[in-house]
Write a new protein. Structure first.
Length: 627
């Protein structure tokens, strides 16, 4: 018995050792840390190749000297090399046109307002109805305590689709998104440069910018051939201080009294957009700004009813980014970890990065919930997780209770991670994955039970780089041209799955959110034939047919004999002579046929079976024999 126990114990130890060795072998190692995937808890395929994965896994770090669970104190310091359980959510977004990585903030009422990511999504979609959000994460760090003159603004810059809402940055780190479908989809870890002057943009009647020039002065009189902007500012007590100004001789004044947005972030960082409504100088208050100019070109273009925009802009490396957010430490650059990132403690984290092919990777790792298997991560653990997803660069965003990841699932926005506050925190900004769906005009035409014809065309590419249109049909991928596309050799009454795709200029195949199932036609009933038997009292009618796809109601058909209609069940009916008479003057059958194209009623005359009663014929034969 002791030997058996010993061998069982040895076997268990061997199995445990094998599993441990296997786990170490399978772990990703990077930045003196490890990441091991234990289980895929959830996977979601979103439009245009966007994917979400939720992982139960483990990380280990070489760092020490801080508490293991990120809750503070030193009762349980992290053990170098030890695996700690983690919950990791990852969004992978291919770099294609028509899928936009954009930033968003609640700037309603000319101020920054803390808002949950879910409500930021709703605000974005209400203002951009042509776009649909499919996923989001929280964004930049922000003035969480409202200590700035204009409270709650982001720590770094915020640019949304070319609108530079804020350009001053306290963290000196930015991440920009080009949204051009290239491998150069993300720009980070670069020197931040701004234009020397604010930029004035003038819009035409189609809401397109057709003129731009410099704004040389801020809340100060313009010099020769210069333009100045005036706006009210907030003091340290968050009180708005109205701004009065004068117009020097030879200059003109243009006031926006009811701006779409007037955002005085700092004395030297303002964003304003709106329609000129007055040419008279006045005290400027909230939601107002004014231009004073003696630049003859600008003065000739400006007048009441003209829409203008005033903003600083980034130049240099970030000039080609359409959307920009501030960030914290660089986690990885050029495929190498930043071992001096300075985040030598565990916390919930939000990270954004890029693969070599341009795919954007968004990651949230939960923390401060060790009892739920969520320990949080230091910078080495962040680096190894992003390396596991093939990232070559990565940047830390706001974390802690702000860390949030949301996707649209079954028509609803769902928080995927477990925010450490116990609820979704209100933040100053977020990063959205927004898509526009191309409009396709397509139709399947059923020409026979064994063939389908497809007509398809792109009505509106919606910004997608559609070079070639394809359809996957029945497991086969077929390129669509200008002519009809015929699928032959099909099976009757069979459902086939189809999905539309396209290739972009790089040859990548992207799935469109147009798919479904279509059924081929049923084979029609055929070979209808009758047998009629007669006795002294009745006619017994039977009929037979071929209907392999059960396309008809011949199993419950109506026969009309001498204007008398009766129901024949399973191809049989008995007709009494007292009702229909001794002979058939007419016989017809009525039934429905549905070939998967709508039920049709068929009425068919059976001329070949109009008979004289066989009993009468027998009597006639007997008389003839006597003659």
């Amino acid at each position: 018995m002791k030997k058996i126990k010993f061998y069982l114990l040895f076997l268990l130890i061997s199995l445990f050792s094998f599993q441990l060795i296997y786990a170490v072998d399978e772990a990703t190692e990077f930045a003196n840390a490890r990441f091991l995937v234990n289980e895929i808890l959830e996977a979601n395929d979103l439009p245009f190749g966007i994917s979400h994965t939720k992982i139960d896994g483990f990380t280990s770090t070489s760092l020490t000297g801080y508490d293991a669970d990120g809750l503070g104190g030193s009762s349980a310091l992290v053990v170098p090399g030890k695996y700690y359980e983690q919950k990791v959510n990852v969004l992978e977004v291919p770099s294609i046109q028509g899928v936009r990585i954009t930033t968003w903030a609640n700037l309603n009422n000319h101020k920054w307002t803390l808002t949950t990511v879910r409500k930021l999504i709703a605000d974005f979609e209400s203002k951009n109805p042509e776009w649909e959000v499919v996923g989001a994460i929280n964004g930049d760090f922000f003035d969480i305590r409202g200590e700035r003159n204009l409270p709650y603004s982001t720590s770094g810059g915020l640019v949304t689709n070319g609108e530079f809402y804020k350009t001053n940055t306290s963290r000196n780190q930015l991440v920009g998104f080009t949204n051009d479908g290239s491998t150069n989809s993300l720009i980070g870890n670069k020197v931040i440069q701004k234009t020397q002057y604010m930029k004035l943009a003038v819009y035409d009647k189609d809401d397109k910018i057709f003129f731009e020039s410099d704004i040389e002065k801020i809340n100060a009189a313009p010099g020769n051939n210069e333009t100045a902007i005036y706006f009210a500012n907030y003091d340290e007590g968050h009180n708005l201080i109205p701004k009065s100004f004068t117009v020097p001789p030879g200059s003109s004044c243009f006031v926006v009294e009811n701006a779409e947005l007037a955002l005085p972030n700092f004395a030297d960082d303002f964003y304003g957009r709106g329609v000129i409504s007055s040419l008279i100088p006045q005290e400027l208050k909230r939601g107002q700004f004014a231009l004073v100019t003696n630049n003859n070109v600008a003065r000739a273009l400006l007048r009441t009813g003209i829409k203008i925009r005033c903003q600083f802009e980034y130049s240099g490396d970030y000039a080609n980014a359409t959307d920009i957010t501030g960030c914290g430490a660089t986690i990885m650059a050029d495929g190498e970890p930043n071992l001096r990132a300075g985040m030598s403690n565990r916390a919930p984290r939000t990270v954004i990065g890029k693969k070599a092919d341009g795919t954007i990777v968004m990651m949230v790792i939960d923390g401060r919930q060790a009892t739920k298997g969520m320990y949080g991560a230091d910078h080495t653990e962040l680096a190894v997780v992003m390396k596991n997803f093939d990232c070559v660069e990565a940047y830390n965003l706001d974390g802690g209770g702000s860390s949030t990841m949301i996707i649209k699932k079954d028509g609803n926005f769902v928080v995927l991670n477990s925010p450490s506050d116990g609820w979704e925190r209100s933040d100053a900004n977020c990063i959205l994955i927004a898509t526009r769906t191309p409009q396709l005009d397509y139709q399947f035409i059923s020409s026979s039970a064994l063939e389908l014809t497809l007509t398809a065309s792109v009505v509106d590419a919606a910004g997608h780089d559609i070079h070639e249109l394809y359809v996957e049909f029945g497991g086969r991928l077929k390129k669509l041209g200008s002519d009809l596309t015929i699928f032959s050799g099909l099976k009757s009454n069979t459902e086939y799955y189809y999905a539309f795709k396209y290739r972009d200029r790089y040859g990548d195949l992207i799935t469109l959110p147009y798919d479904g199932r279509i059924k081929t036609l049923k084979s029609p009933p055929d070979n209808l034939r009758f047998e009629i038997f007669e006795d002294d009292l009745s006619f017994n009618i039977s009929f037979y047919y071929d209907d392999p796809d059960q396309a008809s109601s011949l199993n419950r058909a109506y026969l009309t004999v001498n204007n008398q209609e009766v129901l024949a069940v399973d191809g049989r009916v008995t007709l009494h002579k007292q009702v229909v008479g001794l002979r058939f003057d007419s016989l017809s059958i009525r039934y429905t046929v549905d070939l998967n194209d709508g039920a049709k009623t068929i009425t068919q005359d059976i001329d070949d079976y109009i008979l004289t009663s066989s009993l009468e014929l027998n009597t006639l034969f007997a008389i003839l024999e006597k003659v």
